[in-house]
Design a protein around this ligand. Structure first.
Ligand code: AMP
Length: 415
């Protein structure tokens, strides 16, 4: 048991971790161009942040949080998502006192007690971005375009963008009653959770994963048909901007995002039936978490899902492979000298390695091949005594003799 990892969490090993680094680099690079700054928030927060921020009637809060009491008997929770933390940090650090908008991104692990399966884990990773403080529809389009640019730069194709408007609280008030009326005849046949959602938050019922509920909910009324004029205009303008960017999308009036905080624009990016990313506007949250009445919009991308999509689409990940120099030393004195030489090479910026086990020349050359060394330095006791080393170019096979005093410089020139 001690040597097994818990269910639903993964090790990311060398060989794979380079792909993660590339994805994270791409995310940082795209955010830089959109002038979005990184924020790093704690892995755990007060439980109340999520019950209030994410919403009491969400699956996350009802069933999926990793909550625990610390030794001071505070209830803490491993963060299940990044938006509530980002908004908490925005309010707590009085970022609203700065000129708006505030544009933030984060990359890091999230925790949800879900049933593990392919693409669904208990510790997973998200890259997310948030724009707080501007309610203009062009910002909705911009944040969607940021996510789309990220996918495009990773080389992913055939990503479907679905958008919807889930309305402002005023629109929702009206719609909730329309929905309750529609569902009233089947209310008693819905699952226990949905029966409780019926009173508390009937929109959640449309998102229920229970088959019996899915079958009972036929032709529900759509939020889109009950929007206030302001919400309708906002949604139309978001679509216009997306059109002007040349970003393709599908309006999906059935989309209900799994988090309570969304208002107006909601969207998802889907690849081969798997949701890579979800997001939307959350205009009430800043105020709900104790800040001024400022709007917000953001998305979160699941990095594990992105990796699966890259694999499905056989995208060649541009990885740096190989090392600049491998040192092959034979004989006691040469071995000793190679230790200091290795340190010199590394401090001048070369990627270098050597054998540590006193292996034969043949075995050391094999190691150089395995590490895809571009150059090999061959140093024996005789060469050392003569003040030279042999340098072999592994691509051409060409070998030259170089004075030790010029070795580092010569190796650098070859690159
Ligand atoms: P959400 O925060 O629920 O809107 O999720 C945003 C994205 O995070 C989803 O589209 C998935 O790509 C990813 N995601 C959410 N939950 C999980 C999970 N349990 N395991 C892996 N990825 C997840």
């Amino acid at each position: 048991m001690l040597t097994n990892r818990p269910r639903g969490v993964n090790d990311i090993l060398p060989g794979d971790v380079e792909k993660w680094q590339w994805i994270e680099r791409t995310a940082r690079d795209v955010c830089r161009r959109f002038n979005v700054s990184e924020i790093r928030t704690p892995i755990f927060e007060h439980t109340e942040l999520f019950t209030r921020g994410v919403g009491e009637t969400t699956d996350i809060v009802e069933k999926e949080m990793y909550s625990f009491q610390d030794r001071g008997e505070r209830s803490l929770t491993l963060r299940p998502e990044g938006t509530a933390s980002a908004v908490r940090a925005f309010v707590e650090n009085k970022m609203h006192a700065q000129p708006q908008p505030t544009k933030l991104f984060y990359i890091g692990p999230m925790f949800r007690y879900e049933r593990p399966q392919a693409g669904r884990y208990r510790q997973f990773h998200q890259f997310g971005a948030e724009v707080i403080g501007v309610n203009d529809p062009s910002v909705d389009a911009e944040i969607i375009a940021l996510a789309m640019t990220f996918f495009t730069e990773l080389g992913l194709k055939n990503i479907t963008l679905e958008i919807n408007s889930v309305g402002s609280p005023e629109s929702r008030e009206v719609y909730r009653n329309v929905l309750r009326e529609h569902l009233a005849p089947v209310k008693d046949q819905l699952c226990k959770d949905c029966q409780s959602r019926y009173d508390r938050n009937p929109m959640r019922i449309l998102d229920c994963k229970v088959d019996a509920c899915k079958q009972l909910i036929v032709n529900p009324p759509f939020m889109l048909d009950h929007l206030t004029e302001e919400d309708t205009t906002h949604f139309a303008q978001v679509r216009e901007y997306l059109d002007s960017f040349g970003v393709d999308y599908k309006v999906n009036p059935r989309m209900v995002r799994g988090l309570d905080y969304y208002t107006q624009t909601a969207f998802e990016f889907i690849e081969s039936g798997s949701t890579l990313s979800g997001g939307g506007r959350y205009n009430g949250m800043v105020q709900q978490l104790g800040g001024p009445d400022l709007s917000g919009i953001g998305f979160a991308v699941g990095i594990e899902r992105v990796l699966i999509a890259l694999q499905n689409q056989a995208v060649q990940v541009p990885l740096e492979t190989g090392i600049d120099v491998f040192l092959v030393a034979l004989g006691e004195a040469a071995q000793k000298r190679s230790v200091t030489l290795l340190q010199e090479l590394r401090t001048t910026g070369l990627v270098a390695d050597k054998d540590y086990l006193g292996k034969s020349m043949k075995a050391q050359m094999k190691a150089a091949d395995r590490l895809k060394a571009r150059q090999v330095v061959l140093l024996g006791d005789d060469e050392l005594a003569a003040g030279i080393a042999n340098v072999k170019n592994m691509e051409t096979g060409e070998q030259v003799s170089v004075p030790l005093s010029e070795l580092v410089e010569k190796l650098q020139q070859k690159l």
